[in-house]
Design a protein around this ligand. Structure first.
Ligand SMILES: C[S@@+](CC[C@H](N)C(=O)[O-])C[C@H]1O[C@@H](n2cnc3c(N)ncnc32)[C@H](O)[C@@H]1O
Length: 474
């Protein structure tokens, strides 16, 4: 039974409220709440009442309590995030995509016959699915035999679950043409269900833009031709936006495109891009050589790879600077167990992967394996690259070899889970996630994996648990 929620005024006056607010903004990027104490306190108060907790201090302790804290943050995030979205939102941008950007990408990628799209902050999936519908309806002829993948990510797991369901109300289709409604959706029990053929190649995964690394070969967040991050960064502070835009730059291939919302187009953030104007909008093309600019501050959890600097670093202008923006030293990754030579090669492999130069990346993986066939890292990287090339069976073989050589290779178990999930071997995938979780359970939560962008054991554990929950229900 829940207790009566403390009033928002009382919570804001709580001595620990300020620390709690810093923690929430640090974990989510939602600086939007910096000057909205009553709104934030109301949502926190609701959770306190549901959990029968007396005050902010008890709630902050829960949020900081490892796995339980992550689960509680999910509950709060479900209330804090604003998921407004609909199909073909910002018609001018979809027009620019249809007329210019998608044909440009298809032309540039004719040799590798692959398109990779990321809808970052995808909410319930309308944006990712709109691109899918456009590609299938308008470009199917040109794309026959191509590997087209569209990934939607979000911090709100409830939105992601809805996105995977692919069912939408009338409101989400308010800007959708009748003929698209008729041919791409079926209507049953009051909802519009996107037909299976329009969901093909579209997947959704949990990702926090301010906390998790990108680009990341391990998490399939690399070498995008097109990134849409619309109406997401509007809730972030200037510094967090700068960091996100820098990492988007690094996650795009040369000449790749970034699309942001109309309220997010402050040119100051996009200096490493060419701004290209279209009727009623502007889109950003990744410049091949990033302009020389001073380094942005790192927050520790960023990918350790050198990122270009889209935004000149300026002193924070907000009086209430959240903790996230203060520089935090990153714990050094565990010692590289396979020799410095191997580490230099894997850096090159990741670099090639970031540019979608898969054949060259695969060649380097084979070189790494030839140097030392007993080195599981070579087989692991080979598997990641083969997976990106659409060669799932060979990728699985390479992962099996990595695991055979090192049974405790947690990243190989985790990635094998992702791979088996993709090829619909759900029981096998669940086994792999459980193996990964068992191994992670025996490790210190702060241990970092250098071969996976420095991700911490606790974060990987959270991701593996989440995948297992998707397969089996929480
Ligand atoms: C207003 S919706 C935008 C949806 C879609 N991009 C569009 O324009 O229609 C904002 C989305 O950003 C997500 N979001 C907020 N903070 C995030 C974060 N730190 N990492 C990832 N997603 C985040 C929210 O959960 C929400 O689904």
């Amino acid at each position: 039974m829940s207790s009566q929620a403390p009033s928002p005024d009382a919570l804001v006056a709580d001595l620990c409220y300020r620390n709690l607010k810093d923690h929430v903004i640090e974990s989510t990027g939602l600086a939007y709440y910096l000057d909205k104490d009553l709104q934030l306190a109301e949502k926190v108060g609701k959770r306190l009442s549901e959990l029968n907790m007396p005050n902010c201090s008890a709630y902050l302790a829960r949020l900081r309590d490892g796995q339980a804290g992550e689960m509680e943050l999910d509950e709060l995030v479900a209330d804090l995030t604003i998921g407004e979205t609909y199909f073909f939102r910002h018609e001018e941008q979809f027009e620019a995509l249809r007329r210019t950007i998608l044909p440009d990408i298809i032309r540039k990628n004719a040799a590798r016959r692959q398109i990779r799209v990321w809808s970052a902050g995808c909410s319930t999936g309308a944006e990712a699915y709109s691109i899918g519908i456009m590609l299938r309806r308008e470009f199917a002829g040109l794309l026959a035999g191509w590997d087209v993948s569209i990934l939607g990510t979000d911090i709100n797991r409830k939105f992601l679950a809805q996105a995977r369901e692919g069912r939408f109300g009338d409101w989400a289709l308010r800007a959708t043409q009748e003929d698209i409604k008729g041919s791409c959706f079926s209507k049953s029990t009051g909802a519009w269900r996107l037909r299976d053929e329009y969901r093909d190649g579209i997947s959704f995964q949990y990702h926090n833009l301010v906390k998790h690394p990108y680009p990341s070969l391990l998490h399939n967040l690399t070498a995008f031709d097109l990134i849409l991050c619309r109406n997401v960064m509007i809730y972030f502070s200037r510094e967090v936006i700068g960091g996100c835009v820098t990492r988007f730059w690094t996650s795009l291939v040369d000449g790749g495109w970034l699309v942001v919302g109309h309220a997010e187009m402050n040119p100051e953030f996009f200096r490493a891009f060419h701004t290209v104007s279209f009727p009623g909008t502007a889109l950003f093309e990744r410049a091949e050589i990033a302009p020389e600019q001073p380094q942005l501050p790192s927050n520790g959890w960023m990918s350790e790879r050198a990122a270009p600097n889209a935004v000149p670093w300026q002193p924070p202008s907000l009086p209430d600077l959240p903790l996230l923006l203060r520089r935090q030293p990153m714990a050094p990754p565990d010692a590289w167990p396979y020799g410095q030579g191997a580490s230099a090669i894997t850096a090159q492999i990741r670099d090639l992967a970031d540019r979608a130069r898969w054949e060259e990346a695969a060649g380097l993986c084979r070189t790494l394996i030839d140097k030392n066939k007993l080195n599981p890292i070579g087989h692991f990287y080979y598997a990641l690259v083969l997976d990106q090339m659409g060669r799932a069976q060979e990728a699985e073989g390479a992962l099996n070899r990595a695991i055979y050589l090192d049974r405790d290779f947690v990243l190989a178990h985790y990635h094998k889970g992702l791979l088996l999930q993709k090829v619909k071997d759900l029981a096998g995938a669940a086994r792999c996630y459980r193996n990964a979780l068992n191994l992670l359970g025996a490790m210190s939560p702060g241990r970092r994996f250098s071969e996976a962008d420095g991700i911490a054991a606790a974060d990987l554990s959270e991701l593996a648990q989440m995948q297992l929950d998707i397969l089996e229900g929480p």
